[in-house]
Design a protein around this ligand. Structure first.
Ligand code: SF4
Length: 186
């Protein structure tokens, strides 16, 4: 199930240029979930295309994980005005589509606090929780989930960049079929 390009399921339909559909391998065992499309993504219609996307692409390349091997999406498929966080109502409107995208993955990586809150239904503290593996239930199925920083948070913070690098190493282990390789529990 994917939203129609004319979807009016929430108020974000009024400000978007394009519905931003997922990118990458639709059958990947790993899904990255960002918060929402930004300006560039809205223009192009693909997730993680702007400055955050460049950081993510560089880290993936350095860790030898092809971007094309991951499924990449957002909690909401339309850009919130002025890049504000999506509201709970907007995320709830887009959640059935997100759950459909995630229900058969082995690992979900949430990029940023908002994406983690959308799927875990609680606040996370990235300084403490980043890269710990927990479980989330999607359509009755338990799936491993790793909370991670949003790439934008790493622009001026080398510690965040290192944390994201570790996230990508965890991702690689799942892509290679090695499963749960890190500490558990948030
Ligand atoms: S964010 Fe989702 S529910 Fe809202 S208009 Fe876009 S596609 Fe539809």
């Amino acid at each position: 199930m994917r939203p129609n390009k004319d979807c009016t399921g929430c108020t974000l339909c009024h400000s978007r240029q394009n519905v931003v559909y997922p990118d990458g391998d639709p059958d990947s065992p790993v899904a990255f979930v960002g918060e929402a499309p930004g300006r560039k993504e809205d223009e192009i219609g693909k997730p993680f295309q702007g400055a955050s996307g460049k950081v993510l692409d560089k880290l993936l390349e350095e860790e030898e994980v092809p971007r094309s091997s991951i499924f990449i999406t957002n909690t909401v498929k339309c850009r919130p005005p002025q890049n504000r966080d999506p509201t709970e109502d907007e995320m709830a409107a887009c959640l059935p589509c997100l759950e459909e995208e995630l229900k058969d993955r082995r690992l979900i990586v949430t990029l940023g606090r908002t994406a983690a809150r959308d799927l875990l239904h609680r606040q996370v503290h990235l300084a403490k929780d980043a890269n710990m593996i927990t479980k989330v239930t999607i359509r009755g199925k338990e799936i491993d989930l790793v909370v991670a920083y949003h790439p934008a948070a790493s622009f001026y913070n080398p510690k965040v960049k290192e944390s994201l690098r570790e996230t990508i190493r965890i991702t690689r282990a799942y892509l290679e079929g090695h499963g749960n390789v890190s500490s558990t529990g948030i």
